[in-house]
Design a protein around this ligand. Structure first.
Ligand code: HEC
Ligand code: HEC
Length: 251
């Protein structure tokens, strides 16, 4: 790969003048294929060239996909990061971020119809998207204030993000068993995770869950079964009662 920048050196900024690169692949003869989203082209980069010559560009579509919402979501706010840095492809990076004054927060995936799941953020303290965009883009990301139109464009783009496909086929027996369990009165999951979006849109105050099972009778602390051991663990009274073990069968 003699023609490419030495390891550790970044691609020249000129490369990005070509548009919005979304994928790269090596091709024979020290060449790189760069797929550019907007305008939709496949650029063939070779040697030490810093600009993509017109003739080395294969036009994939003449239809424009320009979208202010997409652009803003992928723009460096000025603080050195974009929304997409933590929400790649509009999903999540699987990381836990230590946010000043908030503590540790795992990135959430905003795809699959965000608006119906309001309020947002783990604390449920963001009543709508514009509050979130302002708080995050300006507050957490040191970006400039967004206009109403820009916020609306970003909201529309995020709202249209398709949900990731499920990991398992719905035809698998384990999926049906899990669904039955999830919807059963024994687990009561649907009392909070109901409807299409699996939420009742309420924020539940959680006591730290330190419940454990009684070592002698197997009952969960806080459950209505009587536990006779002296070492009976105690649960904070306001934490939800885990279901009795006997009620859950994964067989
Ligand atoms: C540093 C990583 C990071 C960046 C940058 C980031 N997010 Fe997030 N995102 C998170 C984390 C972490 C959470 C959970 C935050 C919390 O609970 O306080 C989250 C939560 C969200 C949620 C809430 C989803 C829900 O179901 O409640 C939305 C929507 C969202 N982010 C959109 C955005 C947008 C839009 C931007 C850019 C303006 C952005 N994020 C920038 C990490 C990030
Ligand atoms: C009392 C209401 C309530 C019940 C009952 C409940 N949940 Fe939750 N669930 C929540 C809340 C609130 C959150 C967000 C937790 C947080 O902010 O830390 C959550 C989060 C989750 C998450 C993480 C979602 C994500 O986006 O990462 C999963 C998975 C989950 N619950 C599954 C279940 C299952 C399975 C059950 C039944 C055994 C259940 N929940 C019962 C309220 C509930």
């Amino acid at each position: 790969m003699t023609g490419l920048p030495p390891p550790g050196e970044r691609c020249t900024p000129e490369l990005f003048d070509a548009g919005e690169p979304v994928a790269v692949a090596y091709a024979p003869g020290d060449r790189l294929l760069v797929q550019v989203r907007e305008p939709a082209v496949l650029a063939v980069v070779s040697g030490t060239q810093t600009r993509i010559p017109q003739e080395a560009t294969i036009v994939l579509s003449s239809e424009s996909r320009a979208d202010t919402g997409h652009t803003l979501f992928h723009t460096n706010s000025g603080g050195g990061l974009a929304c997409a840095s933590c929400h790649p492809e509009g999903h999540d990076d699987g990381r836990v971020w230590d946010l000043d004054g908030e503590g540790s927060r795992r990135t959430q995936d905003p795809s699959g119809g965000l608006l119906k799941t309001a309020p947002f953020h783990w604390n449920g303290d963001m009543p709508d998207f514009s509050t979130l965009a302002k708080n995050v883009f300006v507050g957490r990301m040191s970006g400039p204030a967004l206009s109403v139109e820009q916020t609306r464009a970003m909201q529309s783009w995020v709202e249209a993000l398709p949900e990731l496909p499920p990991l398992r086929a719905t035809s698998e027996p384990a999926v049906a068993r899990g669904k039955a369990l999830f919807e059963s009165p024994a687990t009561a999951c649907t009392s909070c995770h109901g409807g299409d979006q699996l939420t009742n849109n309420n924020s539940s105050p959680w006591a730290p869950v330190r419940c454990s099972r009684c070592r002698r009778c197997g009952a969960w602390a806080g459950a209505r079964r009587t536990c006779t051991t002296a070492a009976r663990p105690r649960c904070p009274t306001d934490s939800p009662t885990p279901p009795a073990a006997a009620a859950i069968s994964t067989a």
